[in-house]
Design a protein around this ligand. Structure first.
Ligand code: PLP
Length: 286
């Protein structure tokens, strides 16, 4: 039976509850993280915990327990669920208090929810062999996308639009026609001369933890990197495109708005980066 961790207790999912007055439910006043589990180990966990600290700090939400204690509970929840390949989700909200927009005074205890799920893999064999299709949509989100907030309605609508167009992901586009990022991933291209291009991090995108690790690996591999925004047109004619996230690692994008990207096949650089990530970060032997 799947167990969740809710405010200090390990509970079967069916019995796991948060209060109706929880500010996560009332106002989306909370943050989250998703960390991959490979071979029973948490992938890129320091990066995820650092980003969690930043998200909490930006919203002035207190840690529900110390960072070392949280790390222990994450590992214990994974152990109790017997998951060796999967994902752990952490949600922390400002807590439960009578509905009122401003922060509760005195502060209430933050709500902590953790769940673990087993996944077969981070990108299916078909997705790796053929690449995935992506559509482009206007970016209608707020301007603090650097915070990993549970306020995800634009992404819910974007992913639904993608599914209805038989695509895997939607890349969001700003008013200048430049790609910001995917609904739950960062966006990348490789130019004709083999340069890796992805948008620099600021308040307009989420600093993907997978993105950060892939960039470090690219530098180690001697790949030229250009941190700049790219347009939808440039992506269409790029040599390669891919997306990155904790749930997919690096996944080739071979169709954009129903047109092939490059030769329509997954690219070599994407493959090399994914392999390097699996070996160097996930600890998977070649
Ligand atoms: N951008 C957005 C909007 C996301 O929601 C995510 C992940 O959920 C990412 C990028 C990728 O981040 P990470 O690599 O840390 O999973």
């Amino acid at each position: 039976m799947a167990l969740a961790f809710v405010n200090g207790r390990y509970l079967p999912h069916a019995q796991a509850r948060v209060a109706v007055e929880d500010r996560g439910f009332q106002f989306a006043d909370g943050v989250y993280e998703v960390v991959a589990i490979v071979g029973g180990r948490l992938v890129d966990v320091d990066g995820h915990m650092d980003r969690l600290a930043r998200s909490l700090g930006e919203l002035r939400i207190a840690w529900p327990m110390s960072r070392p204690a949280l790390s222990l509970v994450m590992r214990e929840l994974i152990r109790r669920n017997g998951v060796t390949t999967g994902l752990i989700y952490l949600q922390i909200t400002r807590g439960a208090a009578p509905r009122d927009f401003k922060f509760p005074v005195p502060a209430v205890r933050p709500t902590l929810v953790m769940t673990v799920r087993r996944v077969a893999r981070f990108g299916s064999p078909a997705q790796l062999a053929d690449g995935v299709a992506v559509i482009t949509i206007p970016d209608i989100r707020w301007l603090r996308r650097d915070i990993k907030s549970v306020s995800l309605l634009p992404q819910v609508l974007g992913k639904q639009q993608a599914v209805e167009a038989a695509a895997f992901e939607a890349w969001m586009v700003d008013t200048d026609g430049l790609v910001t990022e995917g609904c739950s991933s960062n966006a990348w291209i490789v130019t004709a001369d083999g340069t890796l291009v992805t948008r620099p991090t600021d308040h307009l995108i989420l600093a993907g933890v997978t993105r950060g690790s892939l960039l470090r690996l690219a530098v180690e591999l001697g790949i030229a990197v250009d941190l700049r925004p790219f347009s939808v047109g440039e992506a269409r004619t790029a040599r390669e495109a891919f997306l990155s996230s904790a749930t997919t690692f690096a996944l080739p994008v071979t169709r954009l708005d129903d047109q092939p990207v490059g030769d329509g096949q997954p690219g070599d650089l994407t493959r090399r980066l994914r392999q390097a990530y699996l070996e160097a970060v996930c600890g998977v032997r070649p």
